[in-house]
Design a protein around this ligand. Structure first.
Ligand code: C2E
Ligand code: MG
Ligand code: MG
Ligand code: MG
Length: 290
Protein backbone atom coordinates (compact mmCIF):
# COMPACT_ATOMS: atom_id res chain seq x y z
CA UNK A 1 0.00 0.00 0.00
CA UNK A 2 2.83 2.32 0.95
CA UNK A 3 4.39 1.78 -2.45
CA UNK A 4 1.14 2.41 -4.21
CA UNK A 5 0.58 5.55 -2.25
CA UNK A 6 4.01 6.84 -2.89
CA UNK A 7 3.81 6.06 -6.59
CA UNK A 8 0.39 7.70 -6.63
CA UNK A 9 1.71 10.83 -5.01
CA UNK A 10 4.68 10.73 -7.34
CA UNK A 11 2.42 10.86 -10.34
CA UNK A 12 0.42 13.63 -8.78
CA UNK A 13 3.59 15.54 -7.97
CA UNK A 14 4.79 15.05 -11.52
CA UNK A 15 1.58 16.37 -13.08
CA UNK A 16 1.62 19.30 -10.74
CA UNK A 17 5.19 20.04 -11.70
CA UNK A 18 4.39 19.71 -15.35
CA UNK A 19 1.58 22.23 -15.21
CA UNK A 20 3.68 24.63 -13.13
CA UNK A 21 6.51 24.30 -15.58
CA UNK A 22 4.19 24.89 -18.48
CA UNK A 23 2.66 28.08 -17.15
CA UNK A 24 6.07 29.25 -16.04
CA UNK A 25 7.46 28.55 -19.47
CA UNK A 26 4.53 30.34 -21.03
CA UNK A 27 4.91 33.32 -18.76
CA UNK A 28 8.66 33.26 -19.33
CA UNK A 29 8.18 33.40 -23.08
CA UNK A 30 5.76 36.28 -22.70
CA UNK A 31 8.21 38.06 -20.46
CA UNK A 32 10.94 37.58 -23.05
CA UNK A 33 8.70 39.23 -25.64
CA UNK A 34 7.47 41.87 -23.21
CA UNK A 35 10.64 43.88 -23.67
CA UNK A 36 10.48 43.96 -27.46
CA UNK A 37 6.75 44.64 -27.40
CA UNK A 38 7.24 47.63 -25.11
CA UNK A 39 5.09 46.12 -22.39
CA UNK A 40 7.53 47.05 -19.63
CA UNK A 41 7.05 50.40 -17.97
CA UNK A 42 8.62 52.24 -15.08
CA UNK A 43 6.79 54.06 -12.32
CA UNK A 44 8.52 56.42 -9.94
CA UNK A 45 7.97 56.91 -6.23
CA UNK A 46 9.26 60.05 -4.51
CA UNK A 47 11.46 59.90 -1.41
CA UNK A 48 10.87 62.85 0.89
CA UNK A 49 13.27 64.45 3.34
CA UNK A 50 11.01 65.69 6.10
CA UNK A 51 13.62 68.04 7.52
CA UNK A 52 14.32 69.76 4.21
CA UNK A 53 10.67 69.51 3.23
CA UNK A 54 11.42 68.38 -0.29
CA UNK A 55 11.72 65.41 -2.60
CA UNK A 56 15.32 64.24 -2.50
CA UNK A 57 15.02 61.10 -4.57
CA UNK A 58 12.75 58.83 -6.58
CA UNK A 59 12.76 55.05 -6.80
CA UNK A 60 12.21 53.45 -10.19
CA UNK A 61 9.80 50.51 -9.96
CA UNK A 62 9.15 48.16 -12.83
CA UNK A 63 5.68 47.37 -14.18
CA UNK A 64 4.64 44.80 -16.75
CA UNK A 65 1.57 45.80 -18.70
CA UNK A 66 0.42 42.37 -19.84
CA UNK A 67 -1.89 42.49 -22.90
CA UNK A 68 -4.59 40.34 -21.29
CA UNK A 69 -3.75 40.18 -17.58
CA UNK A 70 -3.27 43.91 -17.03
CA UNK A 71 -0.51 45.21 -14.78
CA UNK A 72 1.53 42.43 -13.22
CA UNK A 73 3.45 43.17 -10.02
CA UNK A 74 7.24 42.86 -10.12
CA UNK A 75 6.97 40.68 -7.02
CA UNK A 76 5.38 38.13 -9.37
CA UNK A 77 7.64 38.30 -12.39
CA UNK A 78 11.05 39.41 -11.07
CA UNK A 79 11.74 35.97 -9.51
CA UNK A 80 10.88 34.39 -12.86
CA UNK A 81 13.03 36.89 -14.72
CA UNK A 82 15.88 36.01 -12.36
CA UNK A 83 15.40 32.31 -12.87
CA UNK A 84 15.43 32.70 -16.65
CA UNK A 85 18.39 35.05 -16.72
CA UNK A 86 16.10 37.69 -18.23
CA UNK A 87 16.81 39.99 -15.29
CA UNK A 88 20.10 40.92 -16.95
CA UNK A 89 18.61 42.59 -20.07
CA UNK A 90 15.54 43.78 -18.14
CA UNK A 91 17.68 45.34 -15.41
CA UNK A 92 19.80 47.05 -18.03
CA UNK A 93 16.69 48.43 -19.71
CA UNK A 94 15.34 49.76 -16.40
CA UNK A 95 18.65 51.41 -15.57
CA UNK A 96 19.05 53.01 -18.99
CA UNK A 97 15.44 54.25 -19.17
CA UNK A 98 15.34 55.56 -15.61
CA UNK A 99 18.74 57.31 -15.89
CA UNK A 100 17.64 58.94 -19.17
CA UNK A 101 14.38 60.04 -17.56
CA UNK A 102 16.11 61.47 -14.49
CA UNK A 103 18.64 63.34 -16.62
CA UNK A 104 15.76 64.79 -18.66
CA UNK A 105 14.09 66.01 -15.44
CA UNK A 106 17.36 67.50 -14.25
CA UNK A 107 17.72 69.39 -17.54
CA UNK A 108 14.07 70.46 -17.67
CA UNK A 109 13.87 71.71 -14.12
CA UNK A 110 17.40 72.23 -12.82
CA UNK A 111 16.63 69.97 -9.88
CA UNK A 112 19.07 67.80 -7.96
CA UNK A 113 16.97 64.76 -7.21
CA UNK A 114 18.58 61.31 -6.95
CA UNK A 115 17.46 58.15 -8.69
CA UNK A 116 17.24 54.77 -6.95
CA UNK A 117 17.21 51.62 -9.04
CA UNK A 118 16.70 48.10 -7.69
CA UNK A 119 19.47 45.69 -8.51
CA UNK A 120 18.97 41.95 -8.46
CA UNK A 121 21.79 39.92 -6.94
CA UNK A 122 21.90 38.09 -10.28
CA UNK A 123 23.05 41.32 -11.88
CA UNK A 124 25.96 41.45 -9.44
CA UNK A 125 27.05 38.10 -10.88
CA UNK A 126 27.23 39.65 -14.35
CA UNK A 127 30.90 40.36 -14.90
CA UNK A 128 30.05 43.12 -17.37
CA UNK A 129 27.78 44.99 -14.95
CA UNK A 130 30.21 47.75 -13.99
CA UNK A 131 31.08 48.46 -17.64
CA UNK A 132 27.40 48.55 -18.53
CA UNK A 133 26.60 50.95 -15.72
CA UNK A 134 29.51 53.20 -16.66
CA UNK A 135 28.37 53.21 -20.28
CA UNK A 136 24.75 53.96 -19.36
CA UNK A 137 25.84 56.92 -17.23
CA UNK A 138 27.94 58.22 -20.13
CA UNK A 139 25.18 57.72 -22.66
CA UNK A 140 22.46 59.33 -20.58
CA UNK A 141 24.63 62.05 -19.06
CA UNK A 142 23.38 61.41 -15.53
CA UNK A 143 26.06 62.21 -12.96
CA UNK A 144 26.96 59.13 -10.90
CA UNK A 145 26.37 61.01 -7.65
CA UNK A 146 22.68 61.12 -8.56
CA UNK A 147 22.42 57.34 -8.88
CA UNK A 148 21.77 54.90 -6.08
CA UNK A 149 21.46 51.15 -6.42
CA UNK A 150 19.32 49.14 -4.03
CA UNK A 151 20.38 45.63 -3.15
CA UNK A 152 18.80 43.17 -0.74
CA UNK A 153 20.74 41.15 1.79
CA UNK A 154 21.55 37.91 0.08
CA UNK A 155 23.38 34.72 0.87
CA UNK A 156 24.61 34.45 -2.71
CA UNK A 157 26.88 37.42 -2.06
CA UNK A 158 30.53 36.40 -2.22
CA UNK A 159 33.77 38.36 -2.35
CA UNK A 160 33.41 38.79 -6.11
CA UNK A 161 30.06 40.51 -5.66
CA UNK A 162 31.48 42.68 -2.91
CA UNK A 163 34.20 43.75 -5.34
CA UNK A 164 31.51 44.67 -7.87
CA UNK A 165 29.79 46.81 -5.24
CA UNK A 166 33.10 48.49 -4.43
CA UNK A 167 33.65 49.26 -8.10
CA UNK A 168 30.18 50.77 -8.34
CA UNK A 169 30.95 52.85 -5.26
CA UNK A 170 34.18 54.03 -6.81
CA UNK A 171 32.21 55.28 -9.82
CA UNK A 172 30.46 57.54 -7.32
CA UNK A 173 27.23 55.56 -7.12
CA UNK A 174 25.48 55.17 -3.75
CA UNK A 175 24.45 51.71 -2.53
CA UNK A 176 21.51 51.06 -0.24
CA UNK A 177 20.36 47.89 1.51
CA UNK A 178 16.70 47.35 0.65
CA UNK A 179 14.19 45.67 3.00
CA UNK A 180 16.72 46.00 5.80
CA UNK A 181 16.15 43.71 8.75
CA UNK A 182 14.03 41.13 6.96
CA UNK A 183 16.82 38.74 6.05
CA UNK A 184 19.48 37.40 8.36
CA UNK A 185 22.98 38.54 9.32
CA UNK A 186 22.11 42.18 8.77
CA UNK A 187 24.85 43.51 11.02
CA UNK A 188 27.71 41.51 9.57
CA UNK A 189 26.53 42.64 6.15
CA UNK A 190 26.89 46.24 7.18
CA UNK A 191 30.40 45.51 8.35
CA UNK A 192 31.39 43.81 5.09
CA UNK A 193 29.41 45.74 2.52
CA UNK A 194 30.38 49.06 1.03
CA UNK A 195 26.90 50.50 1.55
CA UNK A 196 25.80 54.09 2.14
CA UNK A 197 22.18 53.75 3.18
CA UNK A 198 19.68 51.49 4.90
CA UNK A 199 16.08 51.14 3.76
CA UNK A 200 14.01 50.34 6.81
CA UNK A 201 11.57 47.66 5.71
CA UNK A 202 7.88 48.42 5.58
CA UNK A 203 6.98 45.38 7.69
CA UNK A 204 8.40 47.15 10.78
CA UNK A 205 6.99 50.53 9.85
CA UNK A 206 3.50 49.08 9.60
CA UNK A 207 3.39 48.09 13.27
CA UNK A 208 4.88 51.12 15.00
CA UNK A 209 1.59 52.08 16.59
CA UNK A 210 0.35 48.66 17.54
CA UNK A 211 3.40 46.55 18.19
CA UNK A 212 6.07 47.32 20.81
CA UNK A 213 8.46 44.93 19.08
CA UNK A 214 8.14 46.80 15.79
CA UNK A 215 8.81 50.04 17.62
CA UNK A 216 11.90 48.46 19.19
CA UNK A 217 12.98 47.14 15.79
CA UNK A 218 12.61 50.56 14.16
CA UNK A 219 14.52 52.34 16.93
CA UNK A 220 17.24 49.70 16.93
CA UNK A 221 17.71 49.91 13.17
CA UNK A 222 17.83 53.71 13.26
CA UNK A 223 20.60 53.59 15.88
CA UNK A 224 22.43 50.94 13.86
CA UNK A 225 22.38 53.34 10.91
CA UNK A 226 23.71 56.10 13.13
CA UNK A 227 26.50 53.96 14.57
CA UNK A 228 27.54 52.82 11.10
CA UNK A 229 27.23 56.40 9.81
CA UNK A 230 24.76 55.39 7.16
CA UNK A 231 21.80 57.27 5.78
CA UNK A 232 18.41 55.80 6.51
CA UNK A 233 15.05 55.94 4.79
CA UNK A 234 11.80 54.28 5.86
CA UNK A 235 9.65 52.58 3.24
CA UNK A 236 5.96 51.80 3.21
CA UNK A 237 4.97 54.78 5.35
CA UNK A 238 1.23 55.11 5.00
CA UNK A 239 0.04 57.25 7.91
CA UNK A 240 0.89 60.51 9.61
CA UNK A 241 1.41 58.62 12.88
CA UNK A 242 4.03 56.38 11.28
CA UNK A 243 5.75 59.38 9.68
CA UNK A 244 5.93 61.36 12.92
CA UNK A 245 7.13 58.36 14.92
CA UNK A 246 9.96 57.92 12.41
CA UNK A 247 10.93 61.58 12.29
CA UNK A 248 10.82 61.89 16.08
CA UNK A 249 13.14 58.91 16.32
CA UNK A 250 15.65 60.27 13.84
CA UNK A 251 14.58 58.82 10.49
CA UNK A 252 13.95 61.92 8.42
CA UNK A 253 13.65 60.37 4.99
CA UNK A 254 10.38 58.78 4.10
CA UNK A 255 8.98 56.86 1.13
CA UNK A 256 5.40 55.68 1.13
CA UNK A 257 1.78 56.18 0.21
CA UNK A 258 1.46 58.79 2.98
CA UNK A 259 3.32 61.23 0.72
CA UNK A 260 3.18 59.70 -2.75
CA UNK A 261 2.30 56.46 -4.50
CA UNK A 262 4.45 55.26 -7.38
CA UNK A 263 3.40 57.14 -10.52
CA UNK A 264 4.06 57.35 -14.24
CA UNK A 265 6.67 59.77 -15.55
CA UNK A 266 4.10 62.35 -16.74
CA UNK A 267 2.67 62.67 -13.24
CA UNK A 268 6.10 62.62 -11.67
CA UNK A 269 7.03 65.65 -13.78
CA UNK A 270 4.11 67.60 -12.32
CA UNK A 271 4.93 66.51 -8.79
CA UNK A 272 8.58 67.51 -9.20
CA UNK A 273 7.53 70.90 -10.62
CA UNK A 274 5.22 71.39 -7.66
CA UNK A 275 7.92 70.33 -5.23
CA UNK A 276 10.34 72.76 -6.86
CA UNK A 277 7.84 75.59 -6.42
CA UNK A 278 7.14 74.84 -2.79
CA UNK A 279 10.85 74.44 -2.11
CA UNK A 280 11.47 77.86 -3.63
CA UNK A 281 8.66 79.31 -1.55
CA UNK A 282 10.13 77.64 1.50
CA UNK A 283 13.57 79.11 0.74
CA UNK A 284 12.09 82.56 0.09
CA UNK A 285 10.38 82.45 3.46
CA UNK A 286 13.60 81.34 5.12
CA UNK A 287 15.53 84.09 3.33
CA UNK A 288 12.93 86.71 4.26
CA UNK A 289 13.07 85.59 7.86
CA UNK A 290 16.86 85.57 7.90
P1 C2E B 1 11.06 47.34 -3.05
O1 C2E B 1 12.27 47.73 -3.81
O2 C2E B 1 11.20 47.13 -1.58
O3 C2E B 1 10.02 48.49 -3.38
C1 C2E B 1 9.05 48.97 -2.48
C2 C2E B 1 7.71 48.36 -2.77
O4 C2E B 1 6.76 48.86 -1.82
C3 C2E B 1 7.12 48.74 -4.13
O5 C2E B 1 6.33 47.62 -4.56
C4 C2E B 1 6.23 49.93 -3.80
O6 C2E B 1 5.21 50.13 -4.75
C5 C2E B 1 5.68 49.48 -2.48
N1 C2E B 1 5.27 50.60 -1.62
C6 C2E B 1 5.75 51.85 -1.57
N2 C2E B 1 5.15 52.57 -0.62
C7 C2E B 1 4.24 51.78 -0.05
C8 C2E B 1 3.28 51.96 1.02
O7 C2E B 1 3.15 53.02 1.64
N3 C2E B 1 2.53 50.88 1.34
C9 C2E B 1 2.65 49.68 0.70
N4 C2E B 1 1.85 48.69 1.07
N5 C2E B 1 3.53 49.48 -0.30
C10 C2E B 1 4.31 50.51 -0.66
P2 C2E B 1 6.39 47.11 -6.08
O8 C2E B 1 6.50 48.29 -6.99
O9 C2E B 1 5.28 46.17 -6.26
O10 C2E B 1 7.76 46.33 -6.15
C11 C2E B 1 7.97 45.17 -5.42
C12 C2E B 1 9.40 44.73 -5.44
O11 C2E B 1 9.79 44.33 -6.75
C13 C2E B 1 10.39 45.83 -5.07
O12 C2E B 1 10.41 46.00 -3.66
C14 C2E B 1 11.66 45.29 -5.65
O13 C2E B 1 12.24 44.35 -4.78
C15 C2E B 1 11.17 44.58 -6.89
N6 C2E B 1 11.41 45.44 -8.07
C16 C2E B 1 10.68 46.46 -8.55
N7 C2E B 1 11.25 47.01 -9.65
C17 C2E B 1 12.39 46.31 -9.85
C18 C2E B 1 13.47 46.41 -10.84
O14 C2E B 1 13.50 47.27 -11.72
N8 C2E B 1 14.48 45.49 -10.69
C19 C2E B 1 14.51 44.55 -9.71
N9 C2E B 1 15.54 43.71 -9.65
N10 C2E B 1 13.54 44.46 -8.77
C20 C2E B 1 12.50 45.32 -8.85
MG1 MG C 1 13.71 49.03 -3.58
MG1 MG D 1 12.01 47.54 0.04
MG1 MG E 1 10.58 44.65 -1.07
Amino acid sequence: IAKKESSGSYIFFNRQMESNTLSKLEMGNHLRQAMTRNELEIVYQPQVDCEQGRIVGVEALLRWKHPTKGYISPAEFIPLAEEMGLIIPIGEWVLRSACAQMEAWHKQMGISVALSVNLSVRQLHDERLVDKVRLILEETGLEPRFLEMEITENVAMKDEQLDVLRELRSLGIAISVDDFGTKYSSLSYLKRFPVTKIKLDQSFVRGVHTDAKDRAMVKAIISVANYFQLNIIAEGVETEEQASFLVENGCKQIQGYYFYRPMFAEDMLLVLRQSLRSKLAFMEVAAAEG
